[in-house]
Design a binder for this molecule. Sequence first.
Ligand code: FES
Length: 122
Amino acid sequence: MANVTFSSPIMPKDVTVYAVAGDKGTLLALARKNDIPIPCQCQDGQCGSCLVKVTPLDGSSLKGQALTEHEKVTLSVNGKLSKELLAKAEVEDIPPPYRLACQYWVQDSNILVEFSGEPGVE
Ligand code: FES
């Protein structure tokens, strides 16, 4: 199970959600279920509006959090995924800091999820 803390200047305070087995969908689905206002439009990894920054907490590892093909393209086009970060993700299984909430699957890691509230802006 995982603690997912959402933080944004558009929220009065940070919100920590304890994600249980039934919550193991996307980060965007978990946010919506808990009324966290992460912007979203396509929900398919193509618009980039659900851009978030994911930071592991408490020594958690984010290994195994593979990027989807849509995520690779959209993050690259928006300048959030350099060739170096992509290579680290694909070769060393070190995920990049910026992700798309609709493409990121909640796992057993404790994470901080930061977003601006502006579509596509971290
Ligand atoms: Fe469009 Fe996530 S909602 S990329």
